[in-house]
Structure formats: structure tokens, C-alpha cells
Design a protein around this ligand. Structure first.
Ligand SMILES: Nc1ncnc2c1ncn2[C@@H]1O[C@@H](CSCCNC[C@@H]2Cc3ccc([N+](=O)[O-])cc3CN2)[C@@H](O)[C@H]1O
Length: 282
């Protein structure tokens, strides 16, 4: 088989993989997803070993240790959640939330509009991050107001495109100062090659010297995006995450890993661990 035919066959297989992934996401249910992953036991602020307090602690440290800040922060694949930017909103003046699905963008806009009809009450999250910042928990409403004030837009995004954002997105020509992305790339990529390409695509949004804060699942092969909505995930391990970041040209600043206790494995996925990466684009 000559090279041209091989390339065409490979491109056709990649296209089919992406189309299958898009079809999986048509059943994504933001409210169910939030219930599965962002309520106890995974989000139990009275349990030091709960996943969400661990993630919020990683993000708080990463955003407050002095090397991250400035103009523009982009959250890649926000989903229906805002926890991932509760620390970042204090050190950036311009923040973009993004997601592939309109149902998730609508969920984010509802919270931003303060209409009080979000699918999840984010108050405990706001209070917890205020506590991490040494503020009184009653400052949570000030933090909510701060976040609402710095979000510039809720954009569509497709990490499988070389230019993942809409052409009219108002990013600086040099790129964003920081990217944060949580549980997205591995959950939308049919295979490792696709994951690596997507990592490269989002890297094009980041200026040289900027930081990437990446949270993701380890050992996950599927998750439930809603009742009966099983979405495939490309399983990752620590070594692969490090290799993919290196191949994408990043300098690893820190990798932290959380191993799920048995009672955090609640049947909505087969995730075994969570990684937190802080990396810098040279
Ligand atoms: N082409 C695309 N480009 C960008 N975003 C896209 C694209 N396609 C779909 N999306 C968008 O990406 C998605 C992001 S949510 C992905 C969920 N990830 C898996 C889930 C999360 C989770 C949470 C918490 C814990 N835990 O242990 O506490 C474990 C786990 C592991 N399971 C979704 O918003 C979709 O709308």
C-alpha cells in the first residue's frame, strides 16, 4: 500500500473517531454530570481526603505562588463547572470560559447571570476557596462577584481543531497568559495520538512563558455523562502525561497525583486517580 493511501486511511479513521466522540456527547446531561462528580463523597468539604478539596488546593497553590498572573486566563473545556477558576479569577482580569456543548455554555451563563437557577449550588466551593485564601467564608459573595466581573465571554471550543477557538475570540495576538483545563482532553480524545494533537492545539492558545494548569483522570476508560450516556476516555498514566507534555514542548513545574479511596469510586466512571500538572511553555 503506497504512502498516500496509508495517509488517507489514517485520516479517515481519525475522522470517524472524532465523529463517534461527537455523537457520544449529544447525550451529555450537565445536571446529572454535576450530581455524579460535584456532590459528596467526591465533593465533601468536611473530608480532607475528598477529591474536590484536593483539586481546589492544587489550583490555589498554583495560582498564588507568584509566577502566574497577568492579563488573560482561558479555561479549556469548562463543562458546566466553575470550580476550576475560583482561584484564578483573583489574579487575572480577563477570563474566558469555553465548552464544546451549548448545554454547558448555557449552564455557565445561567450562573454568571446570577439567575439562581444553576444545576449546582457553588456556594460551598466559593466558601472553601475563600478559606484557602485566609478570608472569612462570608466573603464568598465577593468572590462570586469577582468571578462574574472578570469573565469576558463563554466561547465555543473544539480542541481537535488546530485553532480551537472561534476566529473572533478576543485573545491577545501573543496568546493567553495561562490555560486551565480540567478532565477535558482525555475525555474527548479517542486515542493517545488524538490526545497529543489536542494538547498541541490548545498550546497554540498560550503565549511563550505562559502556564498550563492541567487536571485529568488517570486510568479512566469511560465515564457516565448522564443516565445511560457512556463516554469513552483514553486511559492515561503519570508517565504518559509527562511524555505528552514533553512532546508538546512544556517544561514541567509540578505533577501531583491523587489516588481515589474506594468509597470515591461511585460507579460513574472507572477512574483510579487524578493528576494535577503545572507546566510552563518556554
Ligand atoms: N472537541 C471538544 N473540544 C473541547 N471540549 C469538548 C470537546 N468535546 C467535548 N468537550 C467537552 O469536554 C467535556 C468536559 S467534562 C469531561 C468529563 N471528564 C470525565 C469525568 C470527570 C471527572 C470529574 C471528577 C472526578 N473525580 O474523581 O472527582 C473524576 C472525573 C472523571 N470523569 C464536556 O464539557 C464536553 O462538552
Amino acid at each position: 500500500m503506497d504512502q498516500k493511501v496509508k495517509t488517507e486511511r489514517k485520516e479517515s479513521e481519525q475522522k470517524k473517531g472524532m465523529e463517534a466522540m461527537v455523537a457520544c456527547y449529544q447525550g451529555f446531561d450537565p445536571a446529572a454530570y454535576l450530581q455524579y462528580n460535584y456532590t459528596p463523597p467526591r465533593a465533601d468539604f468536611d473530608r480532607p481526603d475528598s477529591i474536590v478539596p484536593w483539586k481546589l488546593g492544587c489550583l490555589h497553590r498554583a495560582f498564588t505562588e507568584g509566577d502566574v498572573g497577568g492579563g488573560v486566563l482561558v479555561d479549556v473545556g469548562s463543562g458546566p463547572t466553575i470550580y476550576q477558576v475560583l482561584s484564578g479569577c483573583e489574579v487575572f482580569d480577563k477570563l474566558f470560559l469555553t465548552d464544546f456543548l451549548e448545554v454547558n455554555r448555557q449552564e455557565l451563563r445561567r450562573w454568571l447571570g446570577g439567575e439562581g437557577c444553576s444545576s449546582l449550588d457553588w456556594t460551598p466551593y466559593l466558601k472553601h476557596v475563600c478559606k484557602l485564601e485566609g478570608r472569612r467564608p462570608s466573603a464568598w459573595s465577593e468572590k462570586a462577584a469577582r468571578l462574574r466581573s472578570v469573565v469576558s465571554d463563554v466561547l465555543s471550543i473544539d480542541v481537535h481543531r488546530p485553532n480551537p477557538l472561534p476566529l473572533d475570540a478576543q485573545l491577545p495576538a501573543a496568546g493567553a497568559d495561562c490555560l486551565v483545563s480540567s478532565f477535558c482532553l482525555e475525555s474527548v480524545s479517542p486515542d493517545l495520538a488524538s490526545f497529543d494533537r489536542a494538547l498541541g492545539h490548545i498550546g497554540s492558545l498560550l503565549r511563550p512563558g505562559g502556564h498550563l494548569l492541567l487536571i485529568g483522570a488517570l486510568g479512566e476508560s469511560y465515564y457516565m455523562g448522564g443516565p445511560g450516556v457512556r463516554i469513552p476516555v483514553v486511559p492515561l498514566d503519570e508517565a504518559q502525561v509527562c511524555a505528552s507534555l514533553k512532546a508538546s514542548g512544556y517544561t514541567l513545574v509540578r505533577l501531583e497525583v491523587y489516588t481515589l479511596p474506594q468509597d470515591m469510586r461511585v460507579g460513574v466512571d472507572d477512574v483510579t486517580g487524578v493528576f494535577f500538572v503545572k507546566a510552563r511553555k518556554p
